[in-house]
Write a protein that binds this ligand. Structure first.
Ligand SMILES: Cc1cc2nc3c(=O)[nH]c(=O)nc-3n(C[C@H](O)[C@H](O)[C@H](O)COP(=O)(O)OP(=O)(O)OC[C@H]3O[C@@H](n4cnc5c(N)ncnc54)[C@H](O)[C@@H]3O)c2cc1C
Length: 270
């Protein structure tokens, strides 16, 4: 199938992009790795694509004293190659290894992935585990949204009409902080069947994905002192739906397998 007809605009500044996005039926085009297939399958029919590629304001990875800001247009490959990410955001450095295949990693962006909010995607769980803040802009101004408030439902986020994600702000990993990223997928680079982004800083945060419409913070499990108790408590946090290949019980079992792997990794890593 071919995409339905749409107008195309390539703004030269963020201000121009926001102005174009304020018209009804306009949609941002980033890496196009999810949007273009969805147009070709006629799952989406925007009136105008606003190509945000090339907007300098959305590029780059910057570290300030206690925060790393990643521009929305940073590709998965750019995150993978970043020394700043490796040094200050080890969880994200691990997670990006699981995001799609090389060709897609060269074009797909962190902003596109978070805005899409696929329930089986890696970054949404990472931003939850890392207590990141999503930076949002529109013609009316800018706002900051905590990761915990951003994911609203299946492919649904807090982004409102005309808003653009401009970047993500992560606290830098504290001294002694430990993290682990684990997932089960049919093949390396496929979307996860179940995955877990785990981080132990002042407290433990366990962000599961592939287990519901949005990533889920397993608060009961994270509050336990032993793996056995955490594993039992997980049933109170997760209520996975069956998918085409896995029953709900299997998904919960796989989540427990990942919990054990992450728990052990965090307990023994340095
Ligand atoms: C075969 C295949 C395998 C994949 N496997 C994985 C995987 O394992 N894990 C994973 O996480 N992803 C996977 N992906 C998706 C990939 O990571 C995409 O790149 C990503 O989800 C979307 O990023 P994009 O930059 O391509 O966005 P686009 O496709 O350009 O846009 C996606 C959506 O986000 C909106 N959008 C884009 N940027 C912004 C912004 N800055 N602000 C507001 N809205 C915006 C668009 O309007 C659109 O609705 C896979 C894709 C394919 C085709």
């Amino acid at each position: 199938m071919k995409a339905p007809a749409f107008a195309y605009a390539k703004p030269r500044s963020l201000a121009e992009a926001l102005q174009l996005l304020s018209s009804p039926g306009a949609k941002a085009l980033a890496g196009g790795q999810s949007l273009i297939p969805s147009l070709n399958m006629r799952l989406s029919s925007p009136e105008m694509l606003v190509d945000i590629n090339g907007l300098a304001e959305l590029q780059g990875i910057r570290v300030d004293q206690d925060a790393v800001t990643i521009g929305a247009l940073t590709t998965h490959a750019g995150i993978e190659r970043s020394d700043v990410v490796r040094k200050h955001l080890p969880l994200l450095a691990e997670a990006v290894q699981h995001v799609a295949h090389a060709a897609i990693r060269n074009r797909g962006t962190i902003g596109g992935s978070l805005a899409l909010a696929d329930p089986a995607a890696e970054y949404p769980a990472c931003v939850l585990a890392l207590e990141a803040v999503l930076l949002v802009a529109s013609g009316k101004g800018a706002r900051r949204v905590k990761a915990e408030d951003f994911f609203k439902g299946l492919f649904e986020t807090d982004l409102r009409a005309g808003e653009l994600l401009t970047g993500v702000e992560f606290p830098v990993a504290a001294k002694g902080e430990r993290s682990a990223f684990v997932e089960l997928a049919r093949r390396q680079g496929d979307y996860a069947i179940v995955g877990l982004a785990a981080r132990r800083a002042a407290t433990l945060r366990l962000a599961f994905f592939g287990v519901g419409a949005t990533p889920v913070l397993a608060r009961h499990a994270a509050a336990q002192q032993t793996l056995r108790k955490a594993s039992e408590a997980l049933a109170r946090d997760l209520d996975p739906a069956a998918d085409l290949y896995h029953s709900a019980a299997t998904k919960l079992h796989l989540a427990r397998v990942l919990l054990e792997r992450a728990w052990n990794a965090i307990s023994t890593s340095h």
